[in-house]
Write a protein that binds this ligand. Structure first.
Ligand code: ADP
Length: 271
């Protein structure tokens, strides 16, 4: 990717084309570098569970056949690592798919009030020890051009984190409101919090604030990267606010689809 044209001075069409060509090359270099980093990071992440499983298989081979304690312990640990790997591979796939989202590919107008409520309800069933509140104005239906599946995926990542890093304080507050021409969804927890110096980095791939602790809760550092990739694909934004020891609020903003635009698009009245 080093094929760039130097010294473009003239202001004719050829020079213009060469400038576009150089720009294209520069972008390809960046993409190539990013992909290279991703493969390096992914290999590193996958190597750890493989090494642990290998260690346990060796233990089993040497002592496990005769020692039921070693057998039990090593099987349990290996299964744990296999599950981690399965999750990691799924998340890598999700990230790659999130990169390919294009607004023109599939068009779906999602009722945000309803979608958030649905995910919240499903989550309550899974985590009945958590008190989850949801505040929104039922008189104003907020809609956005986003695949419902994708919105659910984003919310699940945020709810999952709120649970994983809750530190025993099992309360989560969700809000949905309109700010200008955007819908803003906030997921607030009262858990461990994130240091201000780490706030931006948590959206980077494979980034974990506390590797040991995150490993215990089964995190691979890809959740927020997937959420960000999806949100950005729908021209939205995502950010985090946090106070260490008090909790974290993650905010997602998405462009609102105005009713008139929806009606024109559908060419029939909304129910
Ligand atoms: P993971 O699957 O490891 O949780 P994420 O990309 O979702 O990956 O998050 C990246 C890191 O940011 C986490 O490992 C954790 O350290 C931190 N983090 C994310 N959400 C929260 C939260 N709600 N409270 C505290 N820390 C969080």
């Amino acid at each position: 990717f080093k094929a760039r044209v130097k010294n473009i001075d003239a202001e004719d069409e050829i020079s213009e084309l060469l400038t576009i060509y150089n720009d294209m090359m520069r972008r390809m270099e960046v993409t190539f570098e990013q992909q290279k980093h991703f493969v390096e990071d992914a290999s590193h992440e996958l190597r750890t569970p493989v090494q642990i499983i290998e260690g346990h298989l060796n233990l089993l081979n040497r002592w496990g056949k005769d020692d039921p304690e070693v057998l039990e312990e090593s099987l349990k640990a290996s299964l744990f690592e296999v599950n981690r790997m399965k999750k990691l591979v799924q998340e890598m796939l999700d990230l790659s798919r999130a990169e390919q989202v294009s607004n023109t590919a599939e068009l779906q107008i999602t009722n945000l009030n309803e979608a958030v409520e649905q995910v919240k309800r499903n989550f309550e069933i899974l985590h009945d020890d958590f008190n989850i509140t949801y505040d929104y104005n039922p008189d104003i239906v907020l809609r956005s051009l986003i695949l419902r599946n994708h919105l659910e995926q984003i919310l699940i990542i945020l709810f999952d984190n709120a649970v994983k890093y809750s530190n025993g304080l099992s309360e989560i507050n969700i809000t949905l409101e309109q700010i200008g021409n955007r819908a803003v969804i906030k997921v607030k927890d009262h858990g461990v919090g994130i240091d201000p110096s780490e706030l931006d980095k948590v959206f980077n791939r494979f980034y974990r604030v506390d590797k040991a602790r995150t490993r215990e809760v089964g995190g691979n550092g890809l959740g927020l990267a997937i959420a960000k990739q999806l949100v950005v694909s729908y021209k939205g934004t995502i950010s985090a606010d946090s106070v260490v020891g008090e909790g974290t609020t993650v905010s997602v903003s998405l462009p609102i689809m105005e009713e008139e635009v929806i009606q024109t698009a559908r060419k029939k009245p909304l129910k």
